[in-house]
Design a protein around this ligand. Structure first.
Ligand SMILES: C[S@@+](CC[C@H](N)C(=O)[O-])C[C@H]1O[C@@H](n2cnc3c(N)ncnc32)[C@H](O)[C@@H]1O
Length: 306
């Protein structure tokens, strides 16, 4: 906070500066002489300052709380996550994910980092694509997710497949905002699907993606987005707010987590705003930087580290 005050209404400068320094030590207001008659009063952050807030669905929560609340949502839904995705989207999420991987079109030997990878839908599709398109057994995916329960469901899933958990797949628990265990310039591709809107600082996530990619590497994000079509938008809203939480209640006995899901979609930046964040992190994008899927219910964003 900055306020202008008149020097003539205040004690002499020496006393004033001492008082200001004392106040500064106590983490409160302090005064600085400015040109002419006026002084500026500054406020330093202190332990008593209210914490920074962010959104958790439509609620405003402390930034430090969001991660825990999101963690709770995905712990609650982990065991029903895959079946709920099919129920909510009538299987359309599968078509979006297939398209996402076809757009990535990974060449043989690609080293992919799949962040917020959850139960492994993208990781699995990536390996299937490499095997089917190129008979490639050298591609590798490292799935990172902040939620151990989601990672465990993913691990079980890979156990029942042809993919060798050691040579082609790694799974670990980690935060998209700080991928400290992943070296810089080490990955050919980075994917994040339906994960970034759950993160507290979207810009930090994209900057981390930029850091871990090799020069020439590709960032791709699949995320729910904005429906602008005036005929479709109200129907989509009705479906989102009335039907999805009810499906959550019936299938997962959890209305609240799915209420959060639809609210979090509305709080995520628009397609163009998110494309700006991607450019801002240093990525080069082609054209407007995204492709809408199903009227913009979801969108694929893409950027290159050149
Ligand atoms: C909707 S699921 C998407 C899972 C998977 N990518 C898919 O498309 O099916 C979102 C995932 O993001 C994870 N997540 C949320 N915040 C995260 C963060 N800060 N870092 C890493 N993962 C996060 C959650 O644990 C959850 O598994």
């Amino acid at each position: 906070m900055i306020t202008w005050i008149n020097a003539t209404t205040h004690p002499p400068l020496g006393q004033l500066m001492c008082a200001s320094l004392a106040a500064l030590e106590a983490g409160k207001h302090f005064l600085l002489p400015m040109r002419g008659q006026a002084m500026r009063q500054y406020t330093m952050p202190s332990d008593q300052d209210p914490p920074k807030t962010t959104h958790f669905g439509f609620r405003e929560v402390a930034e430090t709380e969001k991660e825990r609340l999101v963690g709770q949502v995905f712990s609650n839904v982990a065991s029903k996550y895959d079946i709920m995705n099919d129920a909510m989207s009538a299987g359309v999420h599968r078509l979006w994910k297939d398209r996402f991987i076809r757009q990535l079109a990974p060449p043989p030997g690609t080293k992919l980092l799949d962040v917020a990878g959850g139960t492994g839908d993208i990781a699995m599709r990536f390996l299937n694509y490499c095997r089917n398109a190129h008979h490639d057994h050298t591609a590798h995916v490292h799935l990172v997710d902040i939620n151990p329960e989601m990672v465990n469901v993913g691990r079980q899933r890979f156990h029942n497949t042809v993919y060798d958990l050691k040579s082609q797949v790694d799974l670990s628990v980690g935060n998209a905002e700080d991928l400290a265990d992943i070296p810089s310039d080490s990955k050919d591709a980075y994917t994040i699907a339906f994960g970034i809107r759950n993160c507290t600082h979207v810009d930090r996530v994209v900057r981390e993606a930029y850091r871990v990619l090799k020069p020439g590497g590709r960032f791709m994000c699949l995320e729910f987005s904005r429906v602008e079509n005036p005929l479709i938008a109200p129907l989509y809203d009705l479906y989102s707010f009335e039907v999805i939480p009810a499906i959550g209640q019936v299938i997962a006995s959890d209305r609240e987590s799915y209420q959060y899901l639809v609210e979090s979609i509305r709080r995520f930046p628009s397609q163009d705003q998110f494309a700006d964040i991607i450019r801002g992190a240093g990525f080069s994008v082609v054209g407007k930087g995204y492709e809408n899927l199903t009227f913009g219910i979801a969108a694929i964003h893409s950027g290159f580290k050149l």
